[in-house]
Unconditional design. Structure first.
Length: 318
């Protein structure tokens, strides 16, 4: 880049040369479009400023507190952090958090109290990856979404330590209507060992533009609850719930939708190409009747070693 400031004014004050302006504008645009990178590593020495991998901060919150809109936070492979009720609040809008590593070397977040949760309280945040371990009886929710429109959770792995060290839900919204509009839960895996958890996604306030796609849930639950999404009497508009897999023990003669429960009749959106397995061969109810949602090519089976069939029933011209 050319020298931006040159001496030459008749009063010898610095001025911006004409040929430096394009370089300056390019630098400004680059910063605006791509933001800065921040680094987190629990193995790093204390006192780092987070600006390089060698000077990483040791907690995610420390990086969040430094970040600005458009910035990325890289969480190192092998990073280990304990989550409490207040330890992580993603309160900076428009940042992306990328958890690196795979398998036992993934960045790991351990939830060790019932109230432990990662709070999201700013809009346009993306969280990618991470190994999330439920390590206390009935951890209420791995993520709690407050006034945080367009939050995206992608590619995370959520696991119960044991049958009694577990999550109840993975994502829970707040009760304020439309505060979490645009929520997207995409490509995550959840392995639950507890017999009475709640839903993978629990919606507690009216929600527009919900996207829940390509997730896998394997659950030991035998409770008569909605195991994938619950919306109660709330209203979803323009929802897309597609290509998810739910494999749950379930309960015979389930009274609620195994996959989706809700009592509102004014929802809009599509539920398609989902795969559900449960031992319930009596009710075989994947969704509560009368939701207002439309269903295409959702398959259900209540028997091991057999392929599923389409539920709800296929419409006809009559």
């Amino acid at each position: 880049m050319s020298t931006l400031l040159r001496i030459g004014h008749r009063r010898s004050s610095p001025y911006l040369s004409q040929d430096a302006i394009p370089d300056l504008m390019a630098g400004i645009l680059l910063a605006q479009q791509f933001g800065k990178d921040w680094y987190v590593n629990s193995s790093a020495s204390s006192g780092g400023d987070g600006g390089t991998p060698d000077s990483a901060v040791t907690t995610l919150q420390a990086a969040i507190d430094k970040a600005g809109a458009g910035d990325r936070i890289w969480v190192a492979p092998g990073h280990a952090e304990t989550v409490t009720a207040t330890s992580i609040d993603v309160n900076q809008a428009s940042i992306t958090i990328i958890c690196l590593g795979n398998g036992l070397n993934a960045a790991t977040f351990t939830y060790s109290t019932a109230a432990a949760t990662i709070t999201v309280s700013a809009a346009n945040v993306t969280w990618i990856g991470g190994y999330h371990l439920g390590n206390f009886l009935d951890v209420a929710s791995a993520f709690t979404i407050g006034a945080a429109k367009d939050f995206r959770l992608e590619g995370g792995l959520f696991v119960s330590s044991t049958a009694s060290l577990n999550f109840l839900s993975i994502v829970t919204t707040g009760s304020t209507a439309n505060a979490a509009d645009g929520l997207a839960v995409v490509g995550n895996s959840y392995w639950n060992l507890n017999t009475s958890p709640l839903a993978f996604v629990s919606v507690l306030g009216n929600l527009d533009r919900l996207v829940v796609t390509d997730n896998f849930v394997n659950s030991a639950s035998t409770a008569d609850v909605g195991h994938f999404i619950t919306i109660a009497a709330l209203v979803l508009r323009a929802a897309r719930i597609q290509r998810n897999t739910l494999n749950v023990v379930g309960v015979t003669s389930a009274a609620v939708g195994i996959f989706l429960t809700g009592s509102s009749t004014t929802n809009t959106g599509i539920v398609s190409d989902n795969r559900i397995a449960s031992l319930d061969t009596t009710g075989e109810l994947i969704a509560t009747a009368g939701t207002g949602l439309v269903f295409f090519d959702n398959y259900y089976t209540g028997v091991a070693d057999k392929s599923g069939y389409i539920v709800p029933a296929i419409d006809s011209a009559a």
